[in-house]
Design a protein around this ligand. Structure first.
Ligand code: ZN
Ligand code: ZN
Length: 297
């Protein structure tokens, strides 16, 4: 297949290509082996269910589109995504199973969560019905003595296939090139990563919740909207010019940027996961990442 840079969205990467890339990274950085194996197993499981999802159509109201255009409100809210709850419940159980074989901490958490479901301390169906409600999940994690991050990861992971399928329904309603704000036009969430694409280096953000990508200015902090060149910097590691940490001196936060002019098409979340050493570097310099990679324990 001839790759067409202009059309390439760097979104859904075929599973085979993803697995090849994982092998490449593991050779270069064996320390990431365990987490990358886990990532691959979850992606394989996700791939198996995506064609069987049943997602209700979203009926967009005209007012919502007006609010998007005039006031900069996102099209819908996180809890408005139609989800296939039966599929999410099954996928949650699959994720727990994969987690049990991933590492001791995840195994311990997955067992505790399964026990809480068995004892009806968590009503899984109800829990997954309304999408990701962070506060509610954190509250449950507190009550049951669970690791919040793990529970959040499992909930978001299990509804993600539905969220992404629902997002696709809204794609034609939006122009990714003209939004230019620091939050997602689909659901209002903060970005997980930034990408540079095409020869001129157009910059895009990826939504941390629904995965939508939209364009922003090269000189722009998505977290405080700072546009001043003198307070926006970046750092990178030698020999790894495809990855950088974009820092803002105003809010002292950063976003990781993947430069697809220097890297073959690949899954951005995987590339983020394989460069956690850059996050350590940034945190040593006391910069905060508002939306950490959700795969980090
Ligand atoms: Zn979004
Ligand atoms: Zn900032």
């Amino acid at each position: 297949m001839v790759s067409d840079n202009k059309k390439s969205s760097i979104g859904e990467i075929p599973l085979e290509k993803l697995k090849e890339r994982i092998q490449q990274i593991k050779k270069k950085r064996p320390g990431y082996g365990e987490i990358l194996d886990f990532y691959q197993r979850v992606k394989e499981a996700q791939d198996r269910i995506k064609d069987s999802l049943k997602i209700d159509p979203i009926h967009l109201k005209k007012e919502w589109k007006d609010l998007l255009a005039k006031e900069g409100f996102s099209l819908i809210q996180k809890e408005d995504f139609p989800l296939d709850t039966e599929s999410s419940v099954k996928f949650f159980q699959t994720l727990c199973q994969i987690g049990k074989e991933a590492n001791p901490h995840l195994a311990d958490q997955a067992r505790k969560i399964e026990e809480a479901i068995d004892k009806k301390r968590i009503d899984l169906r109800k829990f997954l019905k309304k999408g990701l409600k962070e506060q509610r999940i954190e509250q449950v994690a507190d009550e049951l003595g669970l690791d919040k991050k793990v529970l959040l990861f499992l909930v978001h992971g299990s509804i993600k296939p539905s969220v992404e399928a629902a997002r696709e329904q809204l794609r034609s309603e939006l122009d990714p090139e003209t939004w230019l704000k620091g939050y997602c036009p689909v659901c209002g969430s903060l970005p997980l990563l930034s990408l540079l694409k095409e020869e001129v280096g157009k910059r895009y953000l990826i939504c941390s919740y629904c995965g939508y990508q939209w364009r922003i200015d090269r000189m722009f902090c998505p977290f405080c909207s700072n546009k001043e060149q003198e307070s926006l910097h970046y750092l990178f590691a030698e020999g790894e010019e495809a990855y950088r940490i974009d820092l803002c001196e105003k809010c002292h936060q950063y976003i990781k940027t993947i430069d697809y002019r220097k890297l073959e098409e690949s899954d951005p979340v995987l590339e983020d996961l394989a460069t956690l050493h850059l996050d350590i570097l940034a945190s040593q310099k006391s910069y905060k990442r508002p939306v950490p990679n959700p795969w980090t324990p």
